[in-house]
Ligand binder design. Structure first.
Ligand SMILES: Cc1ncc(COP(=O)(O)O)c(C=O)c1O
Length: 372
């Protein structure tokens, strides 16, 4: 068997120019709350085409700030997905609100609009918190309609979806508020970092105040709210600015890699490649296939060929011990099946053409028992 150096599931790309820009900040002596953070917020808002952006220390803190800025109250029901990273629903609990989990769509793995609407009605929900999983936008058209029909808020968790869009409208700009993460596995990174975006000035103001220990920005040591220190550093913002400049190009590279894999996997009867519905712009934070049987053997086969892979996510959030202890649980047949069948393969822009070819060859060589 041929061997190769390991192909990791994710790899942040940091250019020399980015290193130089971070070094410049370090040498400037201004490490927090300066021109870089302001410029990054403006550039990010400009890129999305949204009015306001507030930088935060992570996607997790961005979610917490977003819900508080929307004035989500203790006891409010928020409809969300069980098939996501834990930060999504933790933010609901941290706000004192109540996550209402509903099942996902079998093809897109994102929230199923029909079940969302039933839950909104049944639970008299205050908000919908949707996740654009793996970089594929959730059905924002349906969720905006549901939100308008029932007078509820729409929150977009775009932690995995920088630049994703439907009909040219970018994820994060359609709901009442959107959040992003800049963790190293994301489509752009600042190490740790996040962003809250919104078109509403009052919400944007509250978010900025909450991030900055409750100060309103113009007067130091005058506290408008009980806030947090969730600020992004100047070094991280300098990195973010540089990463944002390359985002489109790197997303295009992710899409090219994904397109090649999907074309090559089309004839495999034992594997389902990811879908991209018409009009949707998937940014492939993850390239996630579905393997209805033999997933563990498939993972071992790939590992033996140096191809990294990962299961996002092996357990539903309401079934985790922390949530079970709070009385959560429930049955989510589609999402439960996904936890047993999904597997993410490397798709990131650091892959060479040879890497992509090797991943394809390795997948196709798997001696699956349902092989045609
Ligand atoms: C869907 C989702 N929401 C929220 C987060 C939290 O972001 P962070 O890791 O920056 O706190 C992540 C990422 O890790 C995520 O994937």
């Amino acid at each position: 068997m041929k061997t190769r150096t390991r192909i990791p599931i994710a790899k942040p790309l940091i250019t020399d120019e980015e290193k130089r820009r971070v070094l410049e900040v370090l040498e400037s002596g201004r490490l927090v709350a300066g021109a870089q953070v302001r410029a990054f917020e403006e550039a990010f808002a400009g890129y999305l085409g949204v009015k306001f952006a507030a930088a935060t220390s992570s996607g997790t803190t961005a979610l917490q700030v977003a819900l508080e800025a929307l004035e989500i109250k203790p006891g409010d029901a928020i409809v969300t997905t069980p098939f996501t990273f834990v930060a999504t629903s933790n933010a609901i609990l941290h706000a004192g609100a109540r996550p209402v989990f509903v099942d996902v769509d079998d093809r897109t793995f994102n929230l199923d609009p029909n079940q969302v609407e039933d839950a909104v009605r049944r639970e008299r929900a205050r908000a919908i918190l949707c996740v654009h999983l793996y970089g594929l936008p959730a059905d924002l058209g349906a969720f905006s309609d549901i939100a308008a029909r029932h007078g509820v808020l729409l929150v977009e968790d775009c932690a995995q979806a920088h630049g994703a869009a439907i009909g040219g409208r970018k994820a994060g700009t359609i709901g009442h508020i959107g959040i992003f993460s800049f963790y190293p596995t994301k489509n752009m990174t600042t190490g740790e970092g996040g962003m809250v975006v919104t078109a509403r000035e009052d919400v944007a103001h509250r978010a900025a105040v909450l991030v900055n220990v409750g100060q309103n920005g113009s007067e130091e040591y005058v506290y408008e709210r009980i806030g947090y220190n969730y600020r992004l550093t100047e070094m991280a913002a300098a990195m973010g600015l540089a990463q944002l400049e390359r985002l489109e190009q790197r997303n295009a590279s992710r899409r090219r890699n994904a397109e090649q894999m999907t074309a090559a996997f089309a004839g495999l009867p034992w594997l389902l490649p990811p879908v991209e519905p018409a009009g949707y712009h998937h940014v492939y934070n993850q390239y996630t296939v579905r393997v209805p049987a033999d997933r563990e053997a498939f993972i071992r086969h790939l590992a033996a060929r140096g191809v990294g892979s990962r299961v996002y996510y092996p357990q539903l959030i309401p079934h985790s011990p922390a949530y079970r202890n709070l009385g959560y649980g429930g049955s989510f047949p589609v999402a439960e099946q996904l936890t047993k069948q999904v597997l993410s393969l490397p798709v990131h822009p650091a892959l060479s053409n040879e890497d992509v070819a090797w991943i394809i060859e390795s997948v196709r060589q798997f001696p699956h028992r349902d092989r045609a």
